[in-house]
Design a protein. Structure first.
Length: 406
C-alpha cells in the first residue's frame, strides 16, 4: 500500500515555505501543494510534521490538517482500487481538492472554527471551560435568530443582536462581557489564520461590557477566627480550613494550591516555590507562621485536596462556624436591570476568596505593590488595584500613618 510523505519546497529557507504532499503508486507520482506554509525551523523532517513548540502554538491543528490529507489520499486510492478504477494523479488530486474546499468552507463558520480551535489549543482547562460556554451560547443564538455566523458576518449588527439575546437570558453584565471577550478571542484566532479579513470585532463599539463587582475578602481578624476554630472532631472541615488558610497567605490559585507537594517547600519550611499552572511562571513565596504550622501538621505538605465545588460548599459551613455574619449588599445588572441582594459574608466565601484576601491584606499592610503582583501575576498596577477590595474605612486606616497625614 502506498503512503504519503510531506516535504518542504525550500527546506533551507529562512522564511515560510510551502509543504508538498508526495504520493508514489504503481509507477506514478502525485506532487500536491497542501497550500500550507511553515518556517523550516518549526519542521521535523523525521516525523514530517510541525514540531511541538510553544513558539508555534498552532502546531496541533497544523499537524491535524496534514494527517487528514494523509487519510484522504489513502482512502481515495483504496476506493479507486475497490471500484476497479485505475488510480491516476488527477483522480487523487481531485479528492484532495474536494476535501480542502469543503474544509475551507466549514472553517469559515464561527462556531465550527471555535470548536475545532478550542479542542486543539493548549489553553488551561479553566479557560477552555469558559470558551466552551461561549460556543454553547453562540449555538443557542444561531438557532434562535436563524442567522448565519459566517466569520465575515461578525459585525456590529451581530454584536447588538447577541447582547440583546444574552440580556433576555438574564445574564449579568460581567457574564455578557466575558462571552463577548471570548467571541473576540475566536475572531482574533481566525484572522491570524487568514480565514477572514473581517475586523469589525475590533471596532470600539464592539466592546467588552463590564461593571464593578462587590467581592469579599477576609480580614486578618477573620482569618484568625477561622484558624482558631476547634475542628479536631471534624476531619473534613479541618482539612478544608487548613488548605484555605494556606491560600490566604500564599495567594495561590486553587489549581496551584491543590498541586502543592513536599518538593515545593524548601528544607527550612519557610518558602514555597511553584510553577503556576495558568501562566507557567515560577513564583517564590515566603511562608507566614500560620502556614508553617499547618505544613508541620501534615508532615511538610498541604492537606489532601478535594474538588473546587465541594470546597466552596464546605467553606460556607466554616464561615458560619466562625460567625462571619457581616451583611454584604451585591448590586449587579441582570436582564438589563440593576438588582440588589443582601447576603451574609459566609454565604459568599469561595476558594478564590483566599487569593483575594492575600492580595488585599498584603496591600493594607504596605507590602510593595510590585512584590504582591509578582505573586498574583497581575501585569499592571491598574488591573491589580481593580482586583483588591478595601472598604473606605480600611483605606482611611491605611492612610493614617502616611507621612502626608502626619
Amino acid at each position: 500500500m502506498p503512503h504519503a510523505t510531506f516535504v518542504l519546497k525550500e527546506p533551507n529557507s529562512k522564511e515560510d515555505t510551502l509543504i508538498y504532499l508526495l504520493y508514489r503508486f504503481q509507477g506514478s507520482k502525485l506532487k500536491y501543494s497542501t497550500g500550507q506554509k511553515i518556517n523550516p525551523k518549526f519542521w521535523n523532517p523525521e516525523t514530517q510534521r510541525a514540531r511541538e513548540s510553544r513558539v508555534f502554538p498552532g502546531y496541533a491543528e497544523f499537524n491535524a490538517l496534514l494527517n487528514n490529507l494523509d487519510h484522504i489520499v489513502d482512502n481515495a486510492y483504496r476506493k479507486l482500487i475497490n471500484d476497479h478504477v485505475s488510480p491516476t494523479p488527477d483522480l487523487l488530486k481531485s479528492a484532495l481538492n474536494q476535501f480542502l474546499q469543503k474544509e475551507g468552507s466549514r472553517e469559515k463558520d464561527l462556531i465550527t472554527f471555535a470548536e475545532y480551535w478550542v479542542e486543539t489549543t493548549d489553553r488551561s482547562p479553566g479557560t477552555k471551560k469558559q470558551l466552551r460556554q461561549a460556543i454553547r451560547n453562540l449555538k443557542e443564538f444561531k438557532q434562535a435568530s436563524k442567522r448565519s455566523l459566517h466569520l465575515d458576518s461578525i459585525d456590529l449588527d451581530f454584536y447588538d443582536s447577541f447582547i440583546d439575546f444574552l440580556i433576555k437570558k438574564n445574564y449579568g453584565k460581567n457574564s455578557i462581557g466575558t462571552l463577548i471577550k471570548n467571541v473576540k478571542v475566536f475572531m482574533n484566532e481566525a484572522v491570524d489564520r487568514k480565514l477572514t479579513t473581517n475586523l469589525q470585532f475590533r471596532n470600539k463599539r464592539f466592546k467588552t461590557v463590564e461593571e464593578p463587582t462587590e467581592t469579599i475578602y477576609l480580614t486578618e481578624k477573620e482569618i484568625k477566627r477561622l484558624y482558631e476554630l476547634d475542628l479536631s472532631s471534624n476531619s473534613r472541615l479541618n482539612k478544608v480550613r487548613d488548605l484555605f488558610i494556606i491560600g490566604c497567605y500564599t495567594g495561590l490559585r486553587f489549581s496551584d494550591l491543590v498541586s502543592l507537594r513536599k518538593e515545593n517547600i524548601n528544607r527550612a519550611g519557610d518558602v514555597v516555590k511553584i510553577t503556576t499552572k495558568k501562566t507557567g511562571e515560577v513564583v517564590i513565596i515566603p511562608l507566614k507562621g500560620y502556614v508553617r504550622e499547618i505544613l508541620k501538621k501534615y508532615e511538610g505538605t498541604a492537606p489532601e485536596p478535594i474538588s473546587n465545588q465541594k470546597m466552596n460548599e464546605y467553606l460556607k459551613e466554616l464561615g458560619q462556624l466562625a460567625e462571619l455574619e457581616e451583611d454584604i449588599i451585591i448590586t449587579q445588572t441582570k436582564g438589563g436591570k440593576r438588582q440588589s441582594e443582601t447576603f451574609k459574608k459566609w454565604e459568599l466565601i469561595t476558594t478564590h476568596t483566599a487569593r483575594r484576601s492575600f492580595a488585599t491584606n498584603a496591600y493594607l499592610l504596605n507590602v510593595p505593590t510590585i512584590s504582591i503582583m509578582k505573586i498574583t501575576g497581575h501585569r499592571t498596577e491598574k488591573s491589580f488595584l481593580k482586583y483588591i477590595k478595601i472598604s473606605q474605612e480600611d483605606n482611611a486606616n491605611k492612610l493614617i500613618n502616611h507621612p502626608f497625614f502626619s
